[in-house]
Write a protein that binds this ligand. Structure first.
Ligand code: BES
Ligand code: ZN
Length: 984
């Protein structure tokens, strides 16, 4: 997930007996079922378990002959012995020298594990080359005559193995198998179970510009000189590209680093510096660092640079430092303040002290993700760390705080306790995404982060998870491309949303206590999803509650999707039924459905509601895989379900139910919380998309917005309303839709004005409303934005931070080629990352086809647009109706180059496909996208493509269901007097 996702973030293995387990589960979860399985099912369980055991035995048997001495009878590592059911049968792997490579699995065998790495590394920035020496202390879990280790694009110059007495064990055979990024060392003698050995490896590699592994980045000094820094990004599988290692998250070890540097530079590592010595007869220095704690390879980081820093100490004397290029260090203070505050907050929230002596945060000019939580040395995109009070908008400021809070949460969730295997990635990312709101909220209490959670996390997750092409939170993954592909909205946002739901029904105190138990039980080790449920169950029991946490949560983590709850209310009698909500009607089979073994797409739903009689009170009923009925007083006029939208489900009402709620909104909307208003908007518009309710419900509901003053409902509504504008782009109703939105926003536009004042949410809202006014063609708004743009351009008059995006975007959209070139100049010369980001967006607004084309071509030239920013440009250009077709054409035309740049295990490729295809709305477009990608290997982008295609189908479906209704309703509504009351 990366920074360009600012405004729309963001981006299981079975054991041999898993099938049996799953069948059991199904029996347990079927409506009305008790927790025993029928005879037929029991047979099924036994048969499936048996088939699974045979299958695994075959796989092992297959891989064994080439590696006869390796024993595979030890404790299975979670996920190791299983494969996704749809993975191809193993083929005989051939090593680079043409010999058979004796290990066929992309996962490492479990007969040895590392204890300790001693790394000496010499990066030569001028020669773009790295030389290294590595000593790994390892232990044999089982007898074996082979060691298999990861290495990617490294030249191995020498290797030796010694036993604990110092005697050498001859390495008879050395093989490389690049498709699995594995090295094989065949030994002359058997390693004894329980004994320790020392493996020494000399290696060489390239040090090039890039975004993964150990790579070069650069910045320009105040004097205009280009300076290089060498930095790392390993998650998920790139540590192996920097040094040979056992690159799987459960293979934790301690790390020690020595690294060469020029005297003018300094170096950073996960741990503090221990000593620096000069290399004899050389200018060079060698820095040596303290030994790390037990940690996973993907969290290792080291950096060579010549930055400046600012430092602070927490109450517990942890040194917190922010590093940035000298030209930017003045923008580092906000990050320092936030990081110190949030680190202290987490120590008290988790009840576990931060385990390292220091925490560094560093801005990297070329950075693929938004930030990376390397233990003690967090790396950031510049925009995610730098804040300038004069220049940076509230939205970008919030991004800084949130990213810091997210990465710091990982220091516990992810770093101290790590998922055993990537299929539980959500434990890392879902948790950090949940905690980021809490951390930010503690540091910035005025920002109402809990409310913002809806639009930042819950709504995007519900939107994606309503596609057939979604996937369960816990998903089997094995190879790097699959692993990369689950860094997505499901792991992050759905993960965070279900934790938020859990918090709602457990209460924060119990959640906290459970988390503490979980962290303490697994510190410096690994855990699986069930370990978390175990800890929480223990705590709930301790407090006398008997909630089946695992039973409840499995329905949310093991199945894709979520339920739509359909409710009716008649004379005080409420019925509520649940069924999986799929937004696209077209019946495509779910590629992720594991052999039809599911929980039948039923959930444990904490169904909450408030009513007209007690609008401030929330009642709860559990729908335990079933539908329910209950009574409320007959006098209840309206009932709103999913209070505060804390539950991960949608709700639909009968006509009377919707009308009653619309009536509350139109007469006294503040009876409902802003979150409830937002949830009604989000549900209504989505249900229209799905064809579940009539478009007029959403349109009538929107009418109350002219009185809405809060950010969250507006954020939700504008996203939906403008998606309708896009869907109507080539239709006569397009103009009416814009006019309709104008009637809704105008009262608020007049109220909020152009002065960048008020509290945080007010500023966020202003920025959105002003842009919406311009997008609706409001002449006054366009004129004001243009005025400020030309004052900025010609007189260098600064625009207030939260007005900048609308001013810059409008200035370029209605401006000249010179205006565009001015932005290009600012993009290239500014030292303010938030300003550069705005320029990238503004330049995409041009209506000049030639400038647009040129801008798109710049994305293929890394000296013009940094690869980290290509995604932003493509996305912003695709959002511009005049740029859509060119962006798609460009991506097709240069596909080989684009996939070369982003296709190697990078999650960007999927995001690019989505960005350029998501505006499409016709069957013709659909056919074009399908035929272009037919037969193209897009690696980690596979699922994103399926989602993109389903999104286009959804757009087509929207037209079929809603075009006539929307067109007629708008005609009718707008033909009435727009100043007075409308008949709706
Ligand atoms: N662990 C991720 C970084 C990452 C992302 C590594 C994708 C490999 C692939 C990090 O903690 C993260 O989630 N960063 C987010 C920012 C966060 C605030 C959502 C990002 O990069 O966008
Ligand atoms: Zn994360």
């Amino acid at each position: 997930m990366s920074d360009h996702d600012v405004d729309d973030i963001a981006f299981l293995t079975g054991s041999p007996n898993e099938s049996g387990f799953m069948v059991n589960k199904r029996a347990m979860y079927e409506p009305g079922a008790v927790m025993v399985c029928s005879q037929k099912r029991a047979c099924c369980v036994v048969t499936l378990s048996f088939v699974a055991i045979i299958a695994v035995a075959l796989i092992v048997a297959f891989t064994k002959p080439g590696c006869p001495e390796a024993t595979y009878t030890g404790e299975p590592i979670p996920g190791l012995s299983s494969r996704p059911t749809n993975s191809p049968p193993p083929t005989v792997p051939t090593a680079t020298n043409g010999e058979e490579f004796p290990w066929a699995d992309v996962r490492l065998p479990f007969h040895v594990r590392p204890l300790f790495y001693d790394i000496l590394i010499h990066p030569n920035i001028t020669k773009r080359h790295v030389r290294g020496n590595l000593t790994i202390k390892l232990t044999a879990i089982e007898e074996t005559r082979a060691i298999i280790i990861h290495g990617h694009q490294l030249k191995i110059s020498n290797y030796t193995l010694h036993n604990k007495y110092g005697s050498q064990i001859h390495i008879e055979k050395f093989l490389e198998y690049p498709p699995h990024q594995q090295l094989y060392l065949g030994l002359s003698e058997i390693l004894r179970r329980g004994s320790n050995y020392t493996l020494r490896v000399g290696f060489e590699g390239k040090l090039k510009e890039g975004l993964e592994g150990f790579y070069l980045s650069s910045y320009i000094t105040a004097e205009g000189e280009k300076r290089y820094i060498a930095t790392t990004h390993f998650e998920p599988t790139s540590a192996r590209a920097a040094f040979p290692c056992f690159d799987e998250p459960h293979l934790k070890a301690k790390f020690r680093l020595k690294i060469y540097r020029e005297p003018s530079q300094f170096t950073l590592f996960n741990m503090p510096l221990k000593s620096s010595v000069q290399v004899p007869n050389s200018e060079l220095m060698i820095d040596e660092f303290q030994e790390s704690k037990d940690m996973s390879t993907y969290l290792v980081a080291f950096i060579v640079c010549d930055y400046d820093k600012v430092t602070n100490f927490t109450d517990n004397k942890v040194a917190v430092s922010v590093y940035a290029p000298p030209t930017m260090i003045s923008q580092a203070n906000y990050a320092l303040r936030m990081a110190t505050h949030i680190l202290e907050f987490y120590e008290s929230f988790f009840g576990v002290a931060y385990p390292l002596p220091k925490q560094d945060l560093i801005a990297i000019p070329d950075f693929g993700a938004g930030a990376m939580e390397n233990w003690g040395l967090i790396t950031y995109r510049e925009t995610a760390l730098m804040y300038d009070p004069v220049h940076t908008s509230s939205q970008a400021q919030q991004r800084v705080a949130v990213v810091i809070a997210h990465e710091l949460a990982h220091q516990w969730f992810g770093n101290l306790v790590t998922m055993s295997w990537w299929s539980d990635l959500w434990l890392n990312e879902g948790f950090a995404s949940f905690m980021e709101s809490l951390g930010t909220n503690d540091a910035e209490p005025g920002w109402v982060m809990q409310e913002q959670f809806l639009v930042e996390k819950m709504h995007p997750a519900l939107a994606l998870d309503a596609l057939v092409a979604s996937h369960p939170i816990s998903t089997p993954v094995t190879d790097p491309a699959q692993i990369e592909s689950i860094f997505d909205t499901i792991s992050y946002n759905k993960g965070a949303s279900i934790i938020s739901m859990l918090e709602y029904f457990l209460g924060r105190d119990l959640l906290k206590e459970g988390l503490r138990l979980y962290l303490e039980a697994h510190e410096y080790g690994n855990a699986e999803t069930d370990d978390l449920w175990d800890a929480l169950t223990k705590i709930t029991k301790k407090h006398g509650h008997f909630l089946d946490i695992k039973g409840i949560m499995d329905t949310w983590t093991l199945q894709a999707g979520f339920p739509l709850i359909s409710v009716t209310l008649q004379d005080g009698h409420v019925t509520a039924s649940q069924a999986r909500f799929l937004v696209c009607e077209e019946n495509v089979t779910d590629p992720n459905e594991p052999l039809n073994i599911t929980m039948g797409y039923k959930w444990h739903v904490p169904l909450t509601y408030s009513t007209s009689l007690s609008p401030n009170k929330s009642e709860i009923y559990w729908m335990n895989l079933t539908d329910i009925e209950f009574l409320v007083p007959r006098e209840v006029e309206w009932i709103k379900f999913n209070v505060g939208q804390r539950g991960f489900y949608r709700v639909t009402y009968d006509d009377a139910g919707w009308n009653a709620l619309i009536n509350v909104l139109l007469t006294n909307h503040e009876v409902l919380l802003p979150a409830d208003r937002a949830s009604l908007i989000d549900d209504a518009f989505t249900l229209v998309k799905a064809g579940t309710i009539n478009a007029t419900v959403a349109l009538k509901l929107s009418l109350y917005l002219s009185n809405e003053t809060r950010y969250i409902p507006w954020h939700t509504a504008l996203r939906h309303l403008f998606s309708w504008v896009d869907l109507l782009f080539n239709y006569p109703a397009h103009k009416n839709m814009l006019e309709f939105i104008s009637t809704l926003i105008n009262p608020q536009y007049e109220r909020i004005g152009w002065n960048d004042t008020g509290h945080h949410l007010e500023r966020l809202l202003r920025s959105k409303l002003l842009m919406a006014a311009v997008n609706c063609g409001n002449v006054n708004a366009i004129r004001e934005a243009q005025r400020q743009f030309s004052a900025w351009r010609s007189k260098n008059e600064a625009v207030p931070p939260n007005i900048r995006s609308v001013v810059y975007n409008t200035g370029v959209r209605y401006g000249t080629e010179e205006d565009w070139r001015h932005c290009w100049h600012v993009y290239n010369s500014s030292t303010i990352p938030s300003e550069k980001r705005l320029m990238l967006e503004a330049m995409a607004q041009t209506r000049d086809p030639w400038l647009m084309q040129q801008y798109l071509e710049y994305t293929l030239d890394s000296s013009k647009i940094r690869p980290q920013d290509v995604m932003t440009v493509l996305k912003e250009v695709s959002r511009n109706p005049g740029g859509r077709v060119s962006a798609w054409r460009m991506v097709r035309q240069h596909w080989p180059q684009i996939s070369q740049l982003f296709g190697h295990g990078s999650f960007t490729i999927g995001a690019i496909i989505k960005a350029v295809t998501s505006p499409f709305t016709s069957s013709f477009d659909l056919g074009e996208v399908e035929s272009f990608f037919d037969g193209v290997d897009i690696g980690p982008g596979e699922r994103a493509l399926a989602q993109a295609l389903e999104t286009i189908r959804l757009h087509i479906q929207w037209h079929q269901h809603n075009l006539d209704d929307v067109t007629q309703w708008l005609d009718m509504y707008l033909s009435k007097d727009t100043t007075g009351n409308h008949e709706s």
